[in-house]
Design a protein around this ligand. Structure first.
Ligand code: DAH
Length: 339
């Protein structure tokens, strides 16, 4: 019996050396130490031993059992440790590794410019209103004191949907719609798309954007117009910015003016950016014509007002030093990502 037990111990050691996973170890535990295992089988023979031998064998059996059990547990722990170590190494995170950059978009230069213009006017108490792009002849021309013979109404310049419906050539149509709907005091800007039958080149596009402005109140003068536009230009181009008013003609304003900005590139000296003029034409403006006011049911004896129309592309191109308008519409990310 003693030999059996010692042999069993040897066997267990041999097997243990070959057991490399939890499953093999569990099988060993059942085989050697289980209820139907080898040690139990040996102990069943105890009955045949003498009274002196019995406790000696009992002791030895317990010792072998404990040895095998400890050895199995130890190996189990070793395997667990090894697994944990392996996992730690495999899952190492290098916190110093640079992260993956996520590309985020940003506002288009035209939108960014419009947003800035809107902020300036909102700060001065203006509302932002919208008007339709498909417009009647009445709102686009007639009510703005532009007679049938006016050159802008020529089919060469205007996209006609039918005889009375056009794609608006100017946001000035919103002036009329606003004066019909609101009572003075009125203080609005109206940004939006306009359409003209132009051939595409560096400074022309059949679709572009304007921002219309309209102020109607008692006692509004040309000085208010000048102050308002000067403030806008200073906000957009810096405090040293100078603007210049030139006499002009628009059928819906009297007097009318074109407003130029001192070239931000050469400061008036003349350069390719301003075509050697020193000034860049930015917008049309004037005091709203009494006939236009009357047509909208506003008494020109009581109220006066100013209006202006700015080309958004012009402002954006100036601000971002873009020399070809087409770049603004092509949506080439190589261009857009520069801003
Ligand atoms: N509508 C003009 C244009 O498209 C711009 C303009 C000039 C708007 C004078 C106005 C204005 O409101 O008073 O060129």
């Amino acid at each position: 019996m003693k030999e059996q037990l010692l042999k069993l111990n040897e066997q267990a050691k041999e097997q243990l050396a070959k057991a490399f996973d939890a499953k093999a170890l569990e099988e060993m535990r059942v085989k050697f130490l289980g209820k139907k295992g080898e040690i139990t089988a040996i102990l069943k023979q105890m009955g045949g031993l003498s009274a002196e031998e019995r406790p000696v064998m009992g002791q030895l059996a317990n010792k072998v059992r404990a040895e095998i059990e400890n050895a199995i547990t130890e190996k189990q722990n070793a395997i667990k440790r090894e697994l944990a170590q392996k996992k730690l190494i495999e899952e190492t995170i290098d916190v110093t590794m640079p992260g993956k950059k996520i590309k985020t978009g940003h506002a288009h230069p035209l939108d960014a410019t419009l947003e800035e213009v809107e902020q300036v006017f909102l700060g001065m108490g203006f509302d932002i209103v919208e008007g339709p792009e498909v417009e009647t002849d009445h709102y686009c021309f007639e009510a703005l004191n532009m007679p049938k013979t006016h050159p802008a109404r020529d089919t060469q310049d205007t996209f006609y949907i039918n005889e009375n419906v056009v794609l608006r050539t100017q946001t000035s149509s919103v002036q009329i719609r606003t004066m019909e709907q609101r009572k003075p005091p009125i203080r609005i800007i109206s940004p939006g798309r306009v359409y003209r039958s132009d051939t595409v080149d560096a400074t022309h596009s059949p679709l572009f954007h304007q921002i219309e402005g309209l102020v109607i109140d008692k006692g509004v003068t040309m000085a208010d117009l000048k102050g308002t536009l000067e403030l806008l230009m200073k906000r957009l181009y810096g405090e040293e910015t100078k603007v210049r008013f030139r006499p002009h003609h628009f059928p819906y304003t009297e007097p009318s003016a074109e407003v130029d900005l001192m070239c931000f590139n050469c400061h008036g000296a003349g350069c390719p950016m301003c075509k050697q003029e020193g000034w860049i034409e930015l917008l049309g403006a004037g005091m709203v014509h009494p006939k236009v006011l009357e047509g909208c049911g506003i008494d020109p004896e009581e109220y006066s007002g100013f209006a202006f129309g700015i080309g958004l592309e012009r402002i954006a191109m100036g601000r971002y030093k873009v020399n070809d308008m087409r770049l603004l519409y092509e949506n080439d990310v190589r261009f857009l990502s520069q801003f």
